[in-house]
Design a protein around this ligand. Sequence first.
Ligand code: CA
Length: 227
Amino acid sequence: MIVEDEPAVARGVQVALEREGYDVTVQRTGEDALANFADLAPDLVVLDVRLPGIDGFEVLRRLRHETRAPVLFLTARADEVDKVVGLEMGADDYLVKPFHLRELISRIKALLRRAYGELADTQTGRTLRRKDLVIDLERRRVARNGERIALTTTEFDLLRHMAAHPGRVYTRAQLLELVRDYDDALEQDERTINVHVSHIRDKLEPDPSQPRYIRTVRGVGYAFAED
Ligand code: CA
């Protein structure tokens, strides 16, 4: 769970974590985070100190009544760091803005390992099994009925993101955001995604005109089919 009111920061962190295979929710205020915490039951919280209503310190104070999930504070200033460290509020780590996403991810992985041990890896899912597909996230391989299917980097990433959340509808803009880095030199618009999806279907689907895996959601985007 990311608790952050600045959309650009929240989205950057969200995209980076989703690329790593994590399931991410963004809450814009501390009040929202607390209200939704029990339902979402996140394994880890990235918590901004400066929020529009109650601040991150107060959010953490209240969260600690219901969870021991690791909390990583995002702070903007040195005096906030002093408070995070000085009050020993039960934050597990902190980063001062601006930070590098790579640094954030390595801190998050370390916190998850410390909190959940071996489970930390299985929770992000090393292998996705969907219908007759096996998607090996570590080796970046896909097999259908045991037969290997060769996908490009972009195709693989599109597939694994959608397959990670069957039924969740992704807009073309969201999918483009997920894969943009890989083909940065190319002039890209949302139609690029249609082309990638069509290639994936050609390789994956027994009958590409009757897709079983990636559904088109008319006027919206695409979703991996639920069982
Ligand atoms: Ca903020």
